[in-house]
Design a protein around this ligand. Structure first.
Ligand code: SF4
Ligand code: F3S
Length: 144
């Protein structure tokens, strides 16, 4: 990905020469920035793990642990389809995380490297609804 970014910005600069009058340059640079974004699974997924999110991901970017899913930042193409699918509202863009959830960026990246891929919806834990909305579940995260 790091080699792609300089190329992307060169393409943007070259394309600017041919821009029609009035074209929104901010929009173009926003597109460039989004190439480095990812979506992130956060605290409320823990012990809920509904897995609705995996059904819509076009690039199979989800990885499964015992009681949480993680998104691979190298696979995620920032399409946002999963964000609204999650019944626990646990998925956010990495630049709009709720306060206190910032550590989940690194956690998603690390866990996606060691957990198996998941691309099929499965039944949630029988007590998922009881855990939906319970704050600060990070100490309950099982990594293996
Ligand atoms: Fe998959 Fe899109 Fe969600 Fe990224 S934002 S994990 S590509 S569904
Ligand atoms: Fe977790 Fe929501 Fe997916 S609870 S498994 S992020 S649907």
């Amino acid at each position: 990905m790091s080699g792609l970014l300089p190329t992307l910005y060169k393409l943007i600069l070259v394309s600017c020469i041919f821009l029609p009058d009035g074209y929104d340059l901010d929009h173009i640079f926003d597109l460039g920035k989004s190439a480095t974004m990812t979506f992130v699974v956060t605290d409320n997924c823990i012990k809920c793990k509904y897995t609705d999110c995996v059904a819509v991901c076009p690039v199979d970017a989800f990885f499964e642990g015992p009681n949480f899913l993680a998104i691979s930042p190298t696979l995620c193409i920032d399409c946002a389809l999963c964000e609204t699918e999650c019944p626990a509202d646990a998925i956010f863009p990495d630049d709009s995380l709720p306060k206190g959830q910032e550590g989940f960026i690194e956690l998603n990246a690390e866990l996606a490297e060691i957990w198996p891929n998941i691309n099929q919806v499965k039944a949630p834990p029988s007590d998922a609804q009881e855990w939906n909305g319970v704050p600060d579940k990070l100490t309950l995260l099982e990594t293996q």
